[in-house]
Design a protein around this ligand. Structure first.
Ligand SMILES: [Zn+2]
Length: 87
């Protein structure tokens, strides 16, 4: 099994880089909002918490529908989390 294959079923019919979005209703097919990860650099601040947002991209198996999520810029997310842990 290659690194590109689906881990549960072994298929190589993979769709990568799929945006993770919300939609208004079941009838509304146009995505209007993108789901993202958010971490605060200054979580105790009243305002201006220094939000760092990270888009999510999905990797979907075209056979069994197994889906994995990947965050953009994980190094920055980890760096912020480490700084918060050190406080
Ligand atoms: Zn699969």
């Amino acid at each position: 099994m290659s690194d590109r294959a689906c881990r549960p079923c072994g298929a190589e019919e993979i769709v990568s880089g799929v945006r993770v979005s919300t939609r208004q209703s079941a009838r509304e097919t146009r995505p209007f909002g993108e789901v993202c990860l958010a971490i605060f650099r200054k979580p105790s601040a009243w305002f201006f918490k220094g939000t760092s947002r990270h888009s999510l991209r999905a990797r979907v198996c075209g056979r069994c529908a197994f889906t994995e999520l990947y965050a953009d810029d994980p190094e920055e997310l980890y760096r912020i989390a480490r700084e918060l842990a050190d406080d």
